[in-house]
Unconditional design. Structure first.
Length: 418
């Protein structure tokens, strides 16, 4: 690769900006391929299931090829199988695989712990460590290209959808945060939603202020479009009051009034856990509105937190809400789930034991492991959405993060055993 790092980064960004949003990633990968003398370069985007990558390609209709098609776009799903592709994402480390005709390099495309996908390239010669470091940096730049350009096209979203969404699923998807994972100096978080066949109205959300982390997990009554619309009221109200700078009790008061006053189906309500974590002290205020209690994993023990009892949002107008709090210690993990994680056969899952067994996993992999465990005992089709939010507390707010190519390597999950 060119020795002038700034030059190739500028070239990549210029290539992305000069191309249309739908071809920006292709333009960047072509620029990379030319700089590296690579035989092939491709971007593999993470599937929304969290269990596969998707190779996107533009191919004329008369070209043969397997994969899901839309006009001339082709999406080929590559399920995780424990091999180098999955290992690269899991460990957030560049992997090099010897091939008969060259060397395949797999570099995670990541931003703040969000695994967006992989940069895959085939080189004629085995890359040196310095070259691999440059490839990792280029993959990090590619993450920003994807984030910036996916706002202008449905291509990436279409590619990530292994199965079509229902209308209620489409509404629910829009209520979720733009990134399911976030790493900060003092915390790491990741959320996950395993949808039921008929959407059950679950959501999770978070927002980072200068010294505060806000988060919520909600579950709207019912299923289908009506439930998704009720969830929209609840999440919209919570975001609106949060952005006005009010506290948890005031957020709950506003959401209670908004859901009660505007729900399309009379009597609709939303259960919720609202959180406000002071990043300077580790003090986490929590408000439970008729929801499954949050769980605290500390020193090998997993236990539900005892919080003041409150009615669900929208159930009764004019009721008062109370919040509790817990002071997190470095190494603690806070887990918030919805009742879909405990209903029917899912109740057979020993959740506390499962949480104890995955304490060494990054929240991103921990969330997926929990979802897989629920599917194993309840799947393949869930009766209700199963949603979870995993928050690790490290302490050290205000300190600089120790990252490489978009991820903190010290927090990444270990490789799967051979």
């Amino acid at each position: 690769m060119r020795s002038d790092r700034g030059h190739y980064v500028i070239s990549m960004l210029e290539a992305a900006e000069n191309a249309s949003p739908i071809d920006a990633v292709g333009a960047v990968t072509r620029e990379l391929g030319a700089a590296l003398g690579a035989r092939t370069v491709a971007f593999l985007i993470a599937d929304l299931s969290g269990r596969a990558l998707v190779r996107l390609a533009h191919m004329p209709f008369d070209d043969a090829g397997a994969g899901r098609r839309h006009d001339a776009e082709v999406a080929t799903v590559l399920p995780f199988d424990g091999g180098p592709v999955e290992q690269a994402l899991r460990t957030q480390e560049v992997r090099v695989v010897a091939q008969p005709d060259g060397w395949t390099v797999l570099a995670p495309v990541t931003d703040r712990g969000e695994a967006i996908g992989l940069l895959e390239m085939v080189l004629p010669d085995e890359p040196e460590p310095r070259g691999l470091a440059e490839i990792a940096r280029a993959a990090h730049v590619l993450a920003f290209v994807v984030i910036a350009n996916r706002r202008h096209t449905d291509l990436f979203e279409w590619g990530q959808r292994t199965t079509p969404f229902t209308l209620s699923g489409e509404i629910q998807r829009r209520l979720l945060p733009g990134s399911f994972t976030c790493e900060g100096s003092a915390f790491t978080l990741s959320g996950w939603l395993e949808p039921a066949a008929s959407i059950g109205g679950d959501t999770f959300d978070y927002s980072l202020a200068r010294d505060v982390l806000h988060f919520s997990v909600t579950d709207a009554m019912g299923h289908g479009v009506a439930s998704a619309l009720t969830a929209t009221l609840g999440v919209g109200s919570l975001r609106n009051s949060r952005r006005r700078g009010v506290g948890l009790v005031e957020q709950a008061d506003a959401a209670n009034a908004d859901v009660a006053g505007h729900a399309a189906v009379p009597g609709s309500f939303v259960t919720a856990v609202l959180g406000r974590l002071d990043l300077r002290t580790g003090v986490c205020a929590l408000l439970n509105a008729g929801h499954v209690p949050p769980l605290l994993v500390r020193a090998g023990d997993a236990r539900p937190l005892s919080l003041p009892a409150n009615f669900p949002l929208g159930m009764f107008e004019g009721v008062e809400y109370q919040a509790g709090e817990v002071t997190l210690r470095a190494g603690d993990r806070l887990v918030v789930i919805t009742d879909g994680m405990r209903e029917r056969n899912a109740a057979d899952l020993d959740l506390a034991a499962m949480l104890r067994s995955i304490t060494d996993l990054h929240p991103r992999e921990a969330a997926r492991a929990l979802a897989d465990a629920v599917l194993e005992v309840s799947g393949p089709t869930l009766a209700d959405d199963a949603t979870l939010f995993v928050l690790d507390w490290h302490d050290g707010h205000g300190e600089e993060r120790n990252t490489r190519a978009g991820a903190d390597q010290a927090r990444a999950s270990a490789a799967l055993p051979d």
